[in-house]
Design a protein around this ligand. Structure first.
Ligand SMILES: Cc1cc2nc3c(=O)[nH]c(=O)nc-3n(C[C@H](O)[C@H](O)[C@H](O)COP(=O)(O)OP(=O)(O)OC[C@H]3O[C@@H](n4cnc5c(N)ncnc54)[C@H](O)[C@@H]3O)c2cc1C
Length: 360
């Protein structure tokens, strides 16, 4: 291990975690080299496919409490990180703190009640004000386009971000910070060493953020296929992410600039990244149409497919050994969890630098 207070750090994988880590560490004065098997302008990782929701409450329905707790921590960091990033790069990443809305058709009212009961039980009495029951008029006040629904739930603390704008802003910041970027370079990671096809490079510390690319190194890591569509219509204006609760389908619509919305997402136990299936297209489209008939005339401008990197228990892993930190398994929670996990890794790095300073 080096005896410096600023490390020479190699990061493998320039997805969401790799970019965030590289940005934060370069801001703190560490010397960073970032390796990516693809290209940074055109990311291929799950980060590029995602819908960018930062939704600890919605996720708590299916997930254990730590996902919610880490998500709430992340929500404390996103605003200042985004504002620093936007100021230094002169870009806008459309971070929005407008909460999200859950709706159900009248015959599925039980889905909403069940969601509310489950969350209330998990959150405990002190946090119950995070869920707000909406009648038709309260719903209309927040989302006029949802006036055909009698009831809904409002999760006011949730946020979302335009993931693609964020990834480009981070790239711009990395270039401004003059970090060394190696694109089209597939690598392997061991403590203090990154191996490329042309040889080994030594670092004080290696950080492995390769997502599914680290499958051989993270026990039980698997890909979970997710399919989304991007639609465009000026006819339906939503102000925040909307989720439709349904006994059979999962659907969300995340409004984006220029009358676009990201519609998703399937969750299929498969590592197949081939194009979206006809069945998924039909299910997403018909569920979307059931929210508002004007979606019938929306144009499908893009479909995206990717695999979420997930562990066997769907919880993230932060593993540390001398000279190597691995962060992985962010599953469907990359944007939700990344800041909290980056902060954990930073604490570990500052512990390491202090230890080496004491050694000198
Ligand atoms: C359809 C879908 C919707 C989603 N929606 C949301 C959402 O709304 N909110 C949310 O919080 N999360 C969402 N996610 C999850 C989120 O996208 C992931 O959790 C997140 O992208 C994981 O980040 P990561 O940096 O660990 O991995 P990735 O984003 O996959 O990045 C890994 C990077 O490592 C690179 N790499 C791989 N192997 C190598 C190698 N050998 N050498 C060099 N580089 C390598 C890859 O090319 C890639 O750039 C969604 C995911 C999908 C698929």
């Amino acid at each position: 291990m080096s005896t410096k207070s600023f490390f020479n750090i190699g990061i493998a994988g320039a997805g969401l975690l790799g970019r965030l880590m590289a940005w934060r560490l370069s801001e703190k004065g560490h010397q960073v080299t970032l390796f990516e098997s693809g290209r940074l302008e055109k990311p291929v990782g799950a980060c590029h496919t995602a819908a960018g929701m930062i939704s600890p409450l919605s996720e708590l329905f299916h997930c254990p409490l730590p996902i919610y707790q880490l998500g709430m921590q992340s929500l404390q960091h996103w605003p200042s990180w985004v504002s620093q990033l936007e100021q230094t790069t002169g870009t806008n990443v459309d971070y929005r703190e407008k909460g999200s809305i859950l709706i159900a058709h009248p015959q599925d009212r039980n889905e909403l009640l069940q969601f509310q009961q489950e969350l209330n039980a998990k959150l405990g009495p002190e946090n119950r004000d995070q869920l707000q029951w909406l009648d038709n008029s309260a719903l209309r006040n927040l989302e006029p386009e949802l006036d055909r629904f009698d009831q809904g739930l409002y999760l006011s603390s949730e946020a979302d971000i335009d993931n693609r704008k964020l990834l480009l802003a981070l790239l711009k910041a990395l270039k401004q910070n003059k970090i060394e970027i190696r694109e089209n370079t597939s690598v392997d990671c061991t403590p203090e060493t990154i191996q490329t096809k042309s040889g080994s490079e030594h670092f004080d510390l290696v950080i492995d953020t390769r997502g599914l690319g680290a499958k051989q190194q993270i026990s039980g890591l698997r890909g979970v296929r997710g399919e989304v569509m991007v639609v465009e219509t000026p006819e339906v204006e939503l102000n925040r992410p909307v989720r439709l609760l349904h006994p059979r389908y999962q659907l969300y619509a995340v409004p984006r600039a220029n009358n676009q919305a990201v519609i998703g997402a399937t969750e299929i136990e498969s590592e197949d990244r081939s194009p979206i299936s006809l069945r998924s297209t039909m299910e997403l489209s018909s569920a979307l149409y059931s929210i508002h008939p004007a979606f019938a005339e929306a144009r499908v401008i893009e479909t995206r497919v990717n695999c979420r990197p997930a562990t066997m228990d769907n919880l993230p892993v932060v593993e540390s050994e001398p000279g190597l930190i691995r962060i992985n398994g962010l599953f469907r929670h990359g944007y939700l969890l990344a800041p909290a996990l980056v902060i954990q890794a930073e604490a570990e790095i500052s512990r390491l630098t202090q230890t080496t300073e004491q050694v000198t």
